[in-house]
Design a protein around this ligand. Structure first.
Ligand SMILES: NC(=O)C1=CN([C@@H]2O[C@H](COP(=O)(O)OP(=O)(O)OC[C@H]3O[C@@H](n4cnc5c(N)ncnc54)[C@H](OP(=O)(O)O)[C@@H]3O)[C@@H](O)[C@H]2O)C=CC1
Ligand SMILES: O=C1O[C@H](COP(=O)(O)O)[C@@H](O)[C@H](O)[C@H]1O
Length: 480
């Protein structure tokens, strides 16, 4: 890997502490950082480099998946410098350029520069313009830009944001983070199907009856009401993570695909998803909001009573939909997606349900085969099969599969940061996917904004509103 400067905008922020520093440390432990790297943390808070290093050390103690090793942590921390920086002030950039160049000279490294924007979206336009104007992004080496979510708040703002990034960077240099794409089991979908002809042969509408994608959470809005009450589940989870899971599930891997081919296939899938019609808005889209209830044995407030949430908020904390991909492989197969906060369990999973011809044998316990890909918090793949129980002359559903142990393998941010450093954008969200995802959700955003869709409530700690069960039961299935 080439030596580089890693410029972290938002070095004093929550994401840096919880995800970025632990990811960098674990890459360091695995020998996956460049031999020589200058990491420059930026923020307005007046800190010295030693202060930042102390904060990072603390963050590692709290959030690293592996123990912090006394004998090497200082070597890791020495790579960091802090620079007091206000993204809205022009002079900050001139000073940053000098600081960065000085450090590059001190370490004898080329001007390969990776800019990580872990800051509020409202700052991004100015940062990118100033990086260009100050010459910071005009490097003799390579330059890359990692952008955090949310990428816009609707189709128009996403296009605007993209246009301002494109004034300075080309698509190949822009890495839009969607941390679900960094999750090991999501990255493993291809390696699960392609080398296994038995699964490849099953991966289409002839064998599959429906696909279900769930991302349920037990947490509520927490301290993020100012953002979440405007975003809702649709912007927070659906436009990005859930639609990415749809694309990753629906891609066909007849052979090993290059990054560009995967990008093209994902784009084709998004283009093949039926646009949301008025009929869908009435029947196939479910908006929900949690009420008071009990989660993991603890009484919790309803959404409207959460700190920072408007009293009469109609914001969606739950979303479910049925969508169809109109291509040769998936035509006629419903994809059901759902996500919600304050549900009964934390679970992100993809369930592929296979067709079952033996309706007549339901009374002896025969059920459809399922392929269950558990993404989070457990990482496993299992296949539900019917096994005869000779004593009762009935069949028992039995799961065969394997599990991985989270904590023993690199987490999403480690994988994505590493990919960003080596210049592999396979598991980042490319512009066309992002734009097409916004195009798909835009009619839903409009309907929610105009209160044209019913708001179903559900008790915290439940499996979501009844309407989301009716959505799937109408087609003769149930959420697995
Ligand atoms: N936290 C999370 O779990 C997730 C966050 N994200 C995204 O990551 C980004 C960062 O989030 P998060 O860390 O939570 O946010 P925080 O509010 O915790 O941190 C914001 C950071 O931005 C810096 N900042 C704010 N204004 C300026 C400015 N004018 N000039 C320079 N720096 C500035 C702050 O530094 P200072 O105050 O020192 O200036 C701070 O380091 C956001 O886009 C968010 O949507 C995405 C997924 C999850
Ligand atoms: O991006 C986000 O994701 C988290 C859920 O992520 P997970 O890795 O724990 O499944 C969600 O809580 C948050 O609201 C959202 O912004």
């Amino acid at each position: 890997m080439e030596n580089m400067t890693f410029v972290l905008f938002g070095a004093t922020g929550d994401l840096a502490k919880r995800k970025i520093y632990p990811a960098l440390y674990n890459l360091y432990l695995d020998g996956k950082l460049p031999q020589s790297i200058s990491v420059i943390g930026l923020g307005r808070t007046p800190l010295s480099s030693e202060d930042l290093q102390a904060q990072i050390h603390e963050a590692l103690n709290e959030f690293s998946r592996r123990d912090v090793l006394r004998d090497n942590v200082q070597d890791f921390l020495n790579k960091f410098r802090y620079f007091i920086f206000d993204a809205m002030k022009e002079e900050s950039y001139e000073n940053l350029r000098a600081f960065m160049e000085e450090r590059e000279a001190e370490l004898g490294i080329p001007d390969n520069r990776l800019f990580y924007l872990s800051v509020a979206p409202r700052l991004i336009d100015n940062i990118v313009k100033q990086l260009d104007a100050s010459g910071i992004s005009r490097t003799g080496g390579w330059r890359r830009l990692i952008v955090e979510k949310p990428f816009g708040t609707d189709l128009a703002s996403a296009r605007e944001l993209n246009a301002s990034l494109k004034e300075v960077f080309v698509e190949e240099e822009i890495y839009r983070i969607d941390h679900y794409l960094g999750k090991p089991m999501v990255q493993n979908i291809e390696s699960l199907i392609r080398p296994n002809p038995i699964l490849q042969a099953l991966w289409d509408h002839k064998q599959i009856s429906n696909v279900q994608i769930t991302a349920s959470e037990t947490v509520g809005v927490g301290s993020r009401a100012s953002y979440y009450d405007k975003a809702g589940a649709i912007r927070d989870m659906v436009q990005n993570h859930l639609l990415q899971l749809v694309m990753m599930t629906a891609v066909h891997h007849e052979r090993k695909l290059t990054s560009d081919q995967i990008e093209q296939k994902k784009r084709e899938i998004m283009e093949s998803i039926n646009p949301v019609s008025d009929e869908d808005l009435q029947n196939n889209i479910i908006r929900g909001q949690y009420q008071a209830g009990v989660v993991s044995g603890k009484a919790v407030k309803g959404y409207q009573d959460e700190d920072g949430v408007e009293d009469d908020s109609t914001n969606d904390t739950f979303f479910a939909a049925k969508l169809c991909i109109n291509n040769e492989h998936w035509s006629g197969i419903p994809f059901y997606i759902r996500t919600g906060k304050r549900m009964d369990q934390k679970s992100t999973r993809i369930v592929i349900e296979f067709k079952q011809d033996s309706d007549a044998e339901k009374d002896v316990g025969i059920v459809s085969n399922l392929l269950v890909i558990e993404i989070n918090p457990n990482e496993s793949v299992s296949l539900r099969v019917n096994v005869a129980d000779h004593s009762s002359e009935k069949f028992e559903p039995t799961y065969i599969g394997f599990s991985k142990h989270p904590g023993h393998q690199p987490e999403a941010y480690e994988r994505l940061l590493y990919d960003g450093m080596i210049g592999d954008s396979t598991f980042f969200a490319h512009w066309h996917e992002v734009e097409l995802s916004w195009e798909w959700v835009q009619p839903i955003l409009d309907a929610f904004a105009n209160d044209e869709a019913p708001l179903h409530t559900y008790p915290a700690g439940s499996t979501g509103p009844d309407a989301s069960h009716e959505l799937i039961e109408r087609d003769g299935f149930e959420w697995n």
